[in-house]
Design a protein around this ligand. Sequence first.
Ligand code: HEM
Length: 456
Amino acid sequence: MTVESVRPAAPDAPELSEPPLAGGAVPVLGHGWKLVRDPLAFMSQLRDHGDVVRLRLGPKTVYAVTTPELTGALALSPDYKIDGPLWESLEGLLGKEGVATANGPRHRRQRRTIQPAFRLDAIPAYGPVMEEEAHGLTERWRPGETVDCTSESFRVAVRIAARCLLRGDYMDERAERLCVALATVFRGMYRRMVVPLGPLYRLPLPPNRKFNRALADLHLLVDEIVAERRASGQKPDDLLTALLEAKNENGDPIGEQEIHDQVVAILTPGSETVASTIMWLLQVLAEHPEQAEKVRTEVDSVTGGRPVGFVDVRRLTHANNVVVEAMRLRPAVWILTRRAVTDTALGGYRIPAGADIVHSPYAVQRDGRSYAGHLDFDPDRWLPERAQDVPKYAMNPFSVGNRKCPSDHFSMAQLTLITAALCAKYRFEQVSGSNDATRVGITLRPHRLLLTPVPW
Ligand code: HEM
């Protein structure tokens, strides 16, 4: 099926009907209680109810799209914008003026400003930092010691994003603050999205106070980064300089608030998603030592024994496939929303203007209708001869269309290099106290992954 065939041109055509209501709604909370109790299982079974289904979240009706084709159609259609429960709650974090929440001409202008820093031909310049940070990890870790994967993954993700894109002299103390602030803020945002109890979140209760403190520290950190750059008087060729020199639609310099929100909008999704993915990579390497061994053998054959470097990334196909497969089964971004800007249609169903649409890359990427052995960790499914069997839009961890993650090349390069550097030196074992169960928030990550590195 093609995208065109699932997007009827006339939304008011008589044959369009309302999507079916998913089963299991209860009075008042609707499907909200199921989303809170077991969101991954809930989203994963929705396709059994239809290609598009209606959900009730408290008083709201939300439409869920469940097939790969329709998630692609949704992402590529001009009839939807970034909005809805996820983005409303994220605006409190990201600000209203950053690229991730903007729409229309402002969004296009902001993408033009940030895009050059992420272009394929810009990535090699980040190679030395990525190498240093990837090898830095293996040097910090001692055989037999316990590695707290949450803080270590955050640390390396924040350092790579900040050192490459903001050329920040990013000390560990800042990475640690950012990690703590983001964990609290993202947890609070998720709660506010799933259980929208409005004014209750403004009461001076301990969890609300903790959330507000974390949010304030996040914004303070960003102010510090911008102020430091200005005080330095330097203008290195990086994303922060591009933001500080950006002009708006009238050719005037963009305002302070927009600069601030843009840094937040790049640094926060950048560190949370990459850190969560590194945690899952470590989890699968511990669970599948044979895969760690296979990456190690590949690294040896590509490098001939010298330290693996950025130049090797292109040839590390198995390491790359391990990363892709980890992202398939545990996508950091597991849920996304859009809002219809006009009366429109999806999969033969009428979607009214203003409707919120939700879909889950987690559910789509684990669907047995798209993948043989759908729950198996099988990196070889990404070998070219097998990858062609994967339906279009069934594997989209960075999304498609005008909101596609700008950082796909940047992220894949660092994740592949980190995987290669880790496996070249160690295999991993979980230690007592480790809990690798999935913790659901705005991103997915293990609850508390504790590993010990074991030299080969
Ligand atoms: C494993 C790593 C990552 C994953 C899986 C990921 C995933 C995504 C996805 C799915 C979107 C689209 C959201 C939507 O369609 O609504 C997105 C957008 C975005 N991502 Fe990423 N991302 C990753 C890393 C990064 C990094 C490292 C950065 C920056 C340093 C970044 C910056 C952004 C920005 C700015 C947007 C908003 C783009 C726009 O709205 O035009 N991401 N990301």
